[in-house]
Design a protein around this ligand. Structure first.
Ligand code: ATR
Length: 300
């Protein structure tokens, strides 16, 4: 995988015992993170225990504190707690996490919580694994929630020339673009925003990322046609055993390639693993194994 600058971590050795890690969320039972981290552990020869940690909706902080007080070494954070994790770890945040406004990876050092967000690097790593050269790329980001916010900075760092954010509620897209520009002050990439029916403005696009929750309702976002440049990739952050509605829509609109977000899931986990263990595992065989398991037992 691509080498990224490490954030501040890499934990001291666990002292002979397998270190304890978990993913915290509500609900969390469906999470594939324990399986992914177990495979990374086997691959790298690092002994670890990685479990599921269900937190009550009003009990995130207490559950996190209890986990680390009991000797836990690292947490991944999922829905709906990523923003709370950000608050909890502030100001000991990586730059990525600071700009994402959300944290998906926590660890404790000298008694204090630290946080990073590896979602965006996970996306960039997977796009590269899929053969996308992001240097100078024109990117359409569909959606303006936390999922979209979390990946803007890594896409910018990867060298994208333009990012156009469109959303069902256009005001949210404008707010996200304005906040991101204010926070970074960056002149490049050019970031613009609009409604879903303005998705073609400034296009066609080399990469179209669906960062909306539309697939949960088994629908594609209501996008106009003619979005895809030659050789373009359509990427859905959601995943499933079958191509998502967005992927089917993209094929019909002429996207050369489509991908779902299973690779992003594995790549963000690989980056969390690197933060905690100082070793970056190979995502590819783990993704292949997961893909097989998904086909054999699709999520309900
Ligand atoms: P997340 O943190 O996962 O991004 P979120 O903040 O609830 O979740 O944002 C969900 C995103 O999916 C929003 O951009 C939402 O659009 P609105 O801001 O207009 O609500 C988008 N979304 C959800 N269902 C959608 C659908 N059926 N079509 C298009 N966009 C959809």
């Amino acid at each position: 995988m691509t080498a990224y600058a490490s954030p501040q971590a890499i934990l001291p050795p666990a002292g002979g015992q397998p270190g304890r890690y978990a993913v915290i969320g509500n609900p969390v039972a469906h999470s594939r993170s324990p399986r992914i981290h177990a495979m990374f552990g086997e691959q790298t020869g690092i002994a670890l225990e990685y479990g599921l940690l269900a937190a009550p909706l009003d009990g995130f902080e207490a559950t996190v504190r209890g986990f680390f007080a009991g000797g836990g070494r690292g947490l991944n954070v999922t829905v709906p707690f990523k923003q709370q994790a950000w608050t909890l770890a502030s100001p000991r945040l990586s730059e990525r996490a600071r700009l994402a406004g959300a944290v998906n990876t926590l660890w404790q050092r000298d008694g204090a919580l630290h946080g990073c967000n590896t979602d965006g690097i996970g996306l960039v790593a997977d796009l590269r694994a899929l053969g996308m050269d992001l240097t100078g790329a024109r990117v359409l980001m569909v959606g303006a929630g936390g999922a979209a916010r979390g990946v803007l900075q890594p896409l910018a760092e990867a060298g994208c020339a333009r990012i156009h954010i469109v959303n069902r509620t256009p005001e949210k897209a404008h707010t996200l673009a304005a906040e991101w520009l204010r926070a970074t002050g960056a002149a490049s990439p050019t970031v613009s925003a609009g409604a879903l029916d303005e998705a073609h403005k400034g296009g066609p696009w080399d990469v179209v990322v669906n960062a909306t929750a539309s697939s949960l309702g088994d629908a594609a976002p209501d996008l106009p046609g003619g979005l895809y440049a030659e050789g373009a990739l359509a990427y859905d952050m959601m995943y499933g055993a079958q191509p998502t509605p967005f992927m089917r829509q993209a094929r019909a609109d002429g996207a050369a390639a489509t991908a779902d977000g299973l690779g992003m899931l594995v790549c963000q986990a690989a980056e969390s693993f690197f933060i905690w263990h100082g070793v970056r595992p190979d995502a590819e065989p783990v993704l292949a194994a997961l893909r097989q398991e998904l086909a054999a037992a699709p999520p309900r």
